[in-house]
Design a protein around this ligand. Structure first.
Ligand code: AMP
Ligand code: MN
Ligand code: MN
Ligand code: MN
Length: 305
């Protein structure tokens, strides 16, 4: 059993963090973490570098990702996935489709920003992101900062980029429950990220019925301790996890210097929860190896209607 501190949600420059995967693992060691999961948005591209960096360090690296999905009500939901087989074809097909959607919305987003008076071009966004990074709104925000048009990422989101603001453009996101099943078929385990974070109304929050549907699809856990949840939400979510048999986790959602108030280890996952996740993943991997579940994988799941 792991005895040290465990942080299961972090981002590198392969998505919208600011550290390389190797720098992130070194930072985790300096922060005294024993386990860190790399969970870049919609990509497994940082795994090889992070796992190699973990080899020579006291830190155990868990290969993970944070997948952008949508709920039946149309709201976005972020799904953390750990240890899926990166060679699972339906998984890579899904990720390609999500990353493709990010790519096609970018010119449209920049066009809107220019209509609003910005001087931003694709070159500014390229200059603000690492080569081959999965581009997201944070990179657009960084480009606006570099142009001197906003102070920081927060201002870029609140003025332009958040849903409902004039620079926002929607993109493809697969159905949450179907993505949960797909990860299980790929031999991995899923945890719903910050389930009540950044939700505008209490009515819009994911509740017990929807969670039960997700559990039936294979969901293993929910992120309880996250900076977007206040103390009362954390208490309520911990109670919900307990009642539903979901594994509670806690993590930083570290983005390097890209997100203030999210330092490595600011929230952590218990050794007990980590063991439960490992067991669930081992069970899924064994079932995948035995060929279970493959019958219901048909192409890319969950197109938005
Ligand atoms: P995207 O992946 O393009 O949909 O952008 C969403 C990402 O933007 C999230 O994963 C967060 O990391 C980041 N984000 C959302 N809101 C803010 C904010 N107010 N300030 C900084 N980063 C944010
Ligand atoms: Mn992010
Ligand atoms: Mn997220
Ligand atoms: Mn995240």
């Amino acid at each position: 059993m792991v005895s040290g501190r465990i942080d299961l949600h972090t981002h590198s420059r392969v998505s919208d963090g600011t550290d390389t995967p190797a720098e992130l693992v070194a930072a985790a060691a300096r922060s005294g973490l024993e386990v860190v999961a790399l969970t870049d948005h919609d990509t497994t591209d940082g795994w090889a570098e992070a796992l190699a960096a973990g080899e020579g360090s006291p830190v155990t690296v868990v290969p993970g990702l944070e997948i952008s999905t949508h709920r039946p009500n149309g709201a976005g939901a972020h799904l953390l996935a750990y240890w899926p087989d990166p060679g699972h074809e339906p998984l890579q097909a899904l990720l390609s489709r999500i990353v493709g959607g990010r790519r096609t919305r970018l010119p449209e987003m920049l066009e809107r920003l220019r209509e609003l008076g910005s001087a931003i071009t694709i070159d500014d966004v390229r200059a603000a992101s690492a080569k081959n990074a999965v581009i997201g709104r944070p990179h657009v925000a960084d480009a606006l900062v570099a142009l001197g048009e906003v102070q920081d990422r927060d201002e870029a989101f609140s003025r332009y980029l958040s849903a409902g603001r004039p620079g926002y453009v929607d993109r493809f996101a697969p159905d949450l429950a179907r993505t949960v099943s797909l990860i299980r078929d790929a031999g991995g385990v899923t945890v719903l990220a910050h389930p009540w974070g950044r939700v505008r109304s209490v009515a819009g929050r994911i509740g017990e019925d929807e969670l039960r549907t997700l559990i039936a699809a294979g969901l293993s856990g929910i992120e309880v301790d996250h900076q977007d949840h206040d103390a009362e939400q954390r208490r309520e979510l911990a109670g919900l996890a307990d009642r539903l048999g979901l594994i509670p986790t806690g993590s930083s959602d570290y983005h390097g210097t890209g997100k203030i108030d999210h330092p490595l280890g600011v929230n952590t996952t218990s050794a007990e929860s980590f063991e439960r996740l490992r067991t669930a993943a081992a069970t899924a991997a064994a079932a995948a190896a035995a060929g279970d579940g493959e019958a219901d994988v048909v192409g890319v799941p969950g197109e938005r209607p």
